[in-house]
Design a binder for this molecule. Structure first.
Ligand code: HEC
Ligand code: HEC
Ligand code: HEC
Ligand code: HEC
Ligand code: HEC
Ligand code: HEC
Ligand code: HEC
Ligand code: HEC
Length: 434
């Protein structure tokens, strides 16, 4: 009896010592960091993690103990979160966010821009820090001397509060889903859907009033897997309508996915497939569309919602045809030798994947000194027509925003086409004179 009692006591003591050891290690971090980085300790202390004793060392390891050994800190990637949140990790892995970093690095433009805007994790890299990085991708970042940006979970659940309600707010998406080529924030927040959400927040609509958020339509029921039917490029294979299919082929040539001379797929098609940039079958497209329609049908009649989405599809067709006209005009300038193929261009044809410029990078580099080889002005207008105005014209239909659909979208596209026609005529006239 007595023996058993001492045994239990010593087992209990052991447990207490181990537990105390953990807490002490955690406490040492907190004690010092209360002085070093008080804001972070405060954020952590109001989190569910603090409530559940998920202390600093659980995520960062305990190898670093003072100012002298900071480099020993582990900067946790998503696998660390997965130790306790496997469900969200596995779901995230299947989604489109998972390929954000890979898609960014698949573009030629990425390799001629200042590194700060890419590996550094600001600019393009600030929004595309999405997806579990491979060891090679991490190494590329670390080789630049940048060891942060290892985690995408904190893009919606910012550290160190790691909150669920923060991620449920549409503003959690705003930093990335805004601006030039994907102003979903601006479109949604000024649509009736957004207006009702804000009216609810202000208490001007009853709590149970319905107002769909980004998450309601795109991340329903706690899923971390996001996909849409059309995706960013607004391209789908196959397209039955002949005029549309021809215009889409022209766009695919300008994306360098089809060889402009032979019409055959290039190596870039593999990159597009690898990151799921376009739906490659009618079925893949339809299954996403059906899921979305059933979301709309929680509030609208199915036929109402279907009509709305089909208008969006029709706008993809019309904007693609308008754009193809413009691409053909610029391609004609190449054909007649008025525009000349530059060093890094694969074809004598416009290339949208070099964005607003081609072959110069940061000040100081050789290519910077060759800035005169920059993309011609007419190509910049063409790029803007594609990337800024076409995107807006059809995305606005899906996000129910009249002003983006017309004034910022379609109207600007027709203006671009007019400008391209005029510029081409001037270029041809002055070319004849020489
Ligand atoms: C005696 C003080 C002290 C203790 C104890 C301490 N740290 Fe630190 N920690 C620092 C200092 C100083 C820095 C560097 C701050 C800076 O760069 O401004 C730092 C930096 C960090 C960083 C950021 C690293 C980076 O590269 O930006 C993390 C994460 C961190 N500590 C976590 C911990 C954890 C986890 C523990 C406990 C296992 C811990 N710290 C214990 C003083 C301490
Ligand atoms: C649930 C996991 C988790 C816990 C617990 C945690 N951190 Fe972090 N911490 C992270 C992640 C994720 C990053 C970002 C890593 C990156 O960018 O590569 C980070 C980054 C940091 C940084 C460097 C970046 C910056 O913003 O300055 C510091 C300093 C830091 N943590 C301190 C702490 C301290 C102190 C505690 C305890 C009070 C703590 N962390 C607890 C996950 C955690
Ligand atoms: C050692 C286990 C552990 C690790 C590692 C961990 N968490 Fe947690 N996390 C928890 C626990 C426990 C809770 C509270 C669960 C609950 O309340 O149901 C939680 C809650 C959360 C929540 C919900 C908070 C809320 O407001 O309800 C989020 C978001 C979260 N964690 C994100 C992360 C991220 C991101 C990482 C990695 C950087 C991470 N966690 C690492 C254990 C962990
Ligand atoms: C403000 C945040 C932000 C910046 C800056 C940004 N992107 Fe994006 N990018 C996004 C978002 C969000 C999407 C998805 C948009 C959509 O589907 O409408 C996206 C989509 C893409 C896609 C298509 C991915 C796919 O699989 O469909 C590529 C490629 C891309 N971006 C490359 C770049 C490059 C290169 C840069 C810099 C020159 C850049 N992005 C700058 C946020 C950003
Ligand atoms: C694109 C934004 C986004 C990213 C990135 C993201 N989450 Fe979430 N997360 C959400 C949303 C939205 C919710 C709330 C879901 C709901 O309403 O049930 C959520 C909820 C959670 C919860 C709480 C689950 C619950 O019901 O208590 C955890 C835990 C979590 N996420 C972990 C993670 C982890 C781990 C990662 C990285 C692998 C991650 N999240 C990345 C948006 C995101
Ligand atoms: C840190 C930046 C960032 C945040 C925050 C972010 N996203 Fe994204 N999102 C991206 C990028 C980058 C892509 C394009 C990834 C790719 O396809 O390569 C993207 C793509 C998407 C897509 C496009 C899917 C497709 O089919 O092409 C949807 C839908 C989406 N995000 C929804 C959301 C929602 C909802 C939120 C907020 C809860 C959110 N995102 C928060 C960066 C972000
Ligand atoms: C009422 C539902 C709904 C809401 C709310 C909503 N979206 Fe969408 N979203 C759609 C539909 C429908 C599409 C087009 C789907 C398709 O391709 O058929 C779409 C497409 C997208 C795409 C792919 C490119 C595009 O724009 O066509 C992204 C990225 C996206 N939404 C992000 C967001 C973000 C971020 C928010 C919040 C600011 C948001 N969405 C709010 C329904 C919604
Ligand atoms: C959570 C409920 C909810 C969901 C889901 C939802 N809507 Fe709505 N929608 C509303 C409400 C409420 C209004 C405001 C109706 C009004 O203007 O009187 C609205 C307005 C609209 C309008 C503008 C109507 C007008 O009169 O100008 C369109 C178009 C629309 N929704 C399409 C969609 C589509 C397409 C989807 C799915 C992608 C969708 N909605 C999903 C609740 C919802």
């Amino acid at each position: 009896m007595k023996k058993g009692f001492f045994y239990s006591i010593s087992v209990m003591l052991c447990f207490m010592l181990v537990a105390a050891g953990n807490v002490l290690a955690g406490n040492a971090c907190i004690d010092c960091h209360k002085k070093m980085t008080p804001g972070q300790v405060k954020d952590w202390s109001v989190s569910k993690h603090a409530e559940n004793d998920v202390t600093c060392d659980v995520c960062h390891g305990d190898a670093h103990k003072s100012a002298k050994d900071v480099s020993k800190v582990r900067l946790p990637d998503e696998h660390v979160c997965a130790e306790c949140h496997e469900e969200q990790f596995n779901s995230f892995k299947k989604g489109k966010h998972q390929v954000g970093w890979t898609a960014l690095n698949a573009l030629p433009i990425t390799h001629v821009e200042p590194d700060e805007l890419m590996e550094g994790g600001r600019g393009c890299g600030g929004c595309h820090n999405m997806g579990i990085k491979t060891e090679a991708q991490k190494k590329a970042q670390h080789d630049h001397g940048w060891r942060y940006q290892n985690n995408s979970c904190d893009e919606c659940h910012t550290r160190h509060s790691f909150s669920k309600t923060e991620a449920q707010n549409p503003q959690a998406c705003q930093q990335c889903h805004m601006g030039y080529d994907h102003p979903q924030w601006e479109m949604w927040s000024s649509s009736k859907h957004g207006e009702r959400y804000f009216a609810k927040q202000r208490g001007q609509l009853p709590k149970d009033a319905q107002a769909p958020t980004c998450q309601y339509c795109h991340l329903p029921d706690g899923t971390h897997n996001n996909h849409t039917a059309w995706g960013f490029l607004g391209v789908r294979l196959p397209i039955q309508d002949k005029e549309w299919a021809a215009a889409q082929a022209t766009l695919l040539k300008a994306l360098g996915v089809l060889n402009p001379e032979t019409g055959k797929p290039t190596a870039r098609l593999d990159a597009v497939k690898a990151v799921d940039m376009a739906r490659l079958t009618q079925e893949a497209w339809q299954s996403e569309r059906d899921k979305m329609l059933s979301r709309c049908a929680n509030c609208h009649s199915k036929s109402y919602a279907k009509t709305q989405l089909e208008m969006g599809d029709e706008m993809i067709k019309k904007t693609t045809i308008l754009l193809a006209d413009a691409i053909n005009i610029v391609a004609g300038l190449y054909k007649d030798g008025i525009l000349k193929k530059r060093d890094k261009q694969a074809f004598a044809y416009p290339d949208f994947l070099y964005f607003l410029r081609t072959d110069y990078s940061a000040p100081g580099s050789d290519s910077y000194k060759n800035m005169d080889k920059n993309v011609s002005y007419i190509e910049q207008v063409l790029f803007q027509m594609y990337m800024k105005h076409r995107m807006r014209a059809y995305q606005a239909f899906f996000h129910v925003n009249p002003d983006y659909a017309y004034w910022y979208g379609w109207a600007q596209m027709t203006k671009d086409l007019g400008e391209i026609k005029e510029l081409a005529a001037e270029m041809r006239a002055s070319h004849k004179k020489i």
